[in-house]
Each structure stands twice: as C-alpha cells, then as structure tokens.
Design a protein around this ligand. Structure first.
Ligand code: BJW
Length: 252
C-alpha cells in the first residue's frame, strides 16, 4: 500500500542529494509496514505470552525445540504471504536508478529487500529460509511443512544426513554472525558519504555499533524511526517517520 507524501527534513534531503555512496542499515521496523512483527514493542496474537528474546536463543531451542520451530514455521509462512512495502521498493529504485551507490546491510532475516529488487550486501542475523541441521550443519533443501493454521508446538524436520533436528539459518543470541557479514557492513559504513539507520532499536550488538563507528569516521548518519531509540542521541539527524513513508519521499 502506498501512503501519502510527507516532508523530508531539509538537512536530510541535502545530505541525500550530496551523497554518492549511501549505506542503509535496516532492522525489524523496515518490514513492519509489510506486516512482519517487530521484536520489541507491540505484540499480539498467538505469540503474545512468549518473549522473542527467549525463542531466538540457543537456550530456548535446547529447552523446547518444538516450541521454537513452531514460531519459526509460523514466521516462514507469514513472510511468504507478505509483500515488500513502499520503503523496500524505494530503496530498490534508488539503487537501480544510477548516480548513487546504495548498499543495504540488514538485521532482518526476511527476503523483502530482495523481493523488492534490491541486492543485499549483508544479512547479519542470517536467513529465515536457509534451513540447516542443528547438529551436523548440513543444509536442508526440502520444503518444510508449514501448518495452514499456526500451532504452538511442531516437531522440526529431520536432517537427511544425520537424523537430528533442522533449524532456521538465523543468528541467535550468543551465536556467531555469518562469516564476513559484519565486516562487509562495516566497510560499507566506512566508505559511505551517508548512512541511513532505518527501523532498528539499536540494542543488539555488534550491529548497533555501526552508526557510531561511521560517525566517528566523519560519515553523516541519519536515523529514520517513528520512536526514540538508543541510537538517536548519537546520530547527526533524526527523522521521526516510518520506513514506508520516509523512504519514498526521500528517493522520489
Ligand atoms: C519502525 C516502524 C516503521 C517500528 N518504520 N521503524 C556488546 C555489548 C553488549 C552485548 C553484546 C555485545 N556484543 C554481543 C553482545 C551480546 C548480544 C547482544 O547484542 N545483546 C544485547 C541485547 C545486549 N549479541 C549477540 O549475541 C550477537 N552475537 C555476537 O555478538 O556473537 C559474537 C559473540 C558471541 C558470544 C559472546 C560475545 C560475542 C548475535 C545477535 C543475534 C540477534 N538475533 C536476533 C534474532 C534473529 C533471528 C530471528 O529473526 O528470529 O535478531 S534478536 C532480534 O533483535 C533479531 C533482530 O535482528 C535484532 C534487532 O532487532 P531490531 O531489528 O532492532 O528490531 P526491534 O524490534 O528491536 O526494533 C524495531 C524498531 O523499529 C523500533 O525502534 C521501532 O520504533 C521501529 N519501528 N515500526 C520504521 N514502520
């Protein structure tokens, strides 16, 4: 759904006009207007009573793999049924329009940037759809069974190589980031003229350190987020707007 135009703050517009290399750091708020729930903040429905911070952890998986798999199966089904929003599409237009190099490093495990037509430089917290064995690490190429109705417990698929449970290819707390992903995001921040930080609460490290590092190197940093975050006080400009309203206005 497209949304009514909003005004771009002058400083932000000027920074975007002057930039030749823009790095966009995205978080869950980027996909919120597509219908993907954020991690912190408004909850609802089936998963209300569960803390995503517990579900998205090795400890949570070890304690109750059926519960954790049911949550991921629900999210796989949800993301498949959703579409990129006007913000994702605006970034793709910007990158493909020439004149400016746009690089995207995301914490999101969905594929909405790609489905909008963007190439993503780094998925620093992994990929929801890249399933692999939780024990031997073998990739799982079959289609997982996704229940038509959400369920609160579901046995994970079994690895074809070793018979152990298959898990989503995401990074849980305490887990290592995919090889090279953080360095790619870091390099893209260091040689950018402008870093846009869109829809992240900025509390999960090491990703949350990137805006500060960029700014320390003299790069202009702009936050696009309807709410105040841990990053707000450390950026050059804050723009209190949503991803799907701000980005089309900025890129038009
Ligand atoms: C809108 C909007 C709209 C709403 N438009 N905006 C240094 C200091 C302190 C701690 C650590 C540290 N280094 C490492 C740690 C530990 C830990 C950590 O950061 N803990 C903190 C919580 C304190 N980090 C890790 O464990 C990381 N691993 C690591 O560092 O490995 C090396 C190592 C190992 C062992 C020891 C030390 C180092 C891994 C972090 C993995 C995070 N995984 C998750 C789950 C992914 C899988 C899944 O999807 O299920 O990633 S947790 C979850 O949080 C997910 C997200 O990517 C991540 C960030 O969330 P995000 O995107 O910011 O979303 P929200 O919900 O928090 O915020 C949404 C925002 O959108 C809000 O601001 C809204 O206002 C806004 N919004 N609508 C624009 N329409």
């Amino acid at each position: 759904t497209d949304v009514s135009p909003i005004e771009v703050p002058t400083a932000v517009r000027e920074a975007a006009r002057a930039a030749r290399r823009v790095t966009v750091l995205t978080g869950a708020g980027m996909s919120a207007e597509s219908g993907v729930p954020t991690f912190r903040g408004a909850k609802g429905g089936l998963w209300e009573e569960f803390d995503p911070m517990t579900l998205a952890s090795q400890r949570g998986w070890d304690a109750d793999p059926d519960l954790v798999w049911a949550w991921y199966a629900w999210r796989i089904g949800l993301v498949r049924a959703l579409e990129p929003n006007a913000g994702h599409r605006a970034l793709a237009r910007w990158a493909n329009g020439g004149g400016v190099e746009v690089r995207i490093a995301t914490q999101n495990v969905d594929d909405l940037h790609e489905r909008a037509g963007s190439e993503v430089l780094a998925h620093v917290h992994g990929d929801l759809f890249a399933l692999r064995c939780s024990v031997c690490g073998a990739p799982f190429e079959d289609e997982p069974e996704i229940p038509a109705e959400p369920v609160q417990r579901l046995e994970p698929p079994l690895c074809g190589e070793c018979g152990e449970y298959v898990r989503p290819g995401v990074v849980w707390f305490g887990g290592m980031l995919p090889e090279g992903a953080f360095d790619a995001a870091l390099d893209a921040c260091l040689d950018a003229d402008l870093v846009l930080v869109v829809g992240t609460s900025g509390i999960v490290y090491p990703f949350a350190s990137l805006p500060d590092i960029a700014r320390g190197h003299g790069v202009t940093v702009v936050e696009i987020n309807p709410e105040d975050t841990d990053l707000s006080s450390g950026v050059d400009h804050v723009w209190r707007a949503t991803a799907a309203t701000a980005l089309p206005a900025l890129v038009e």
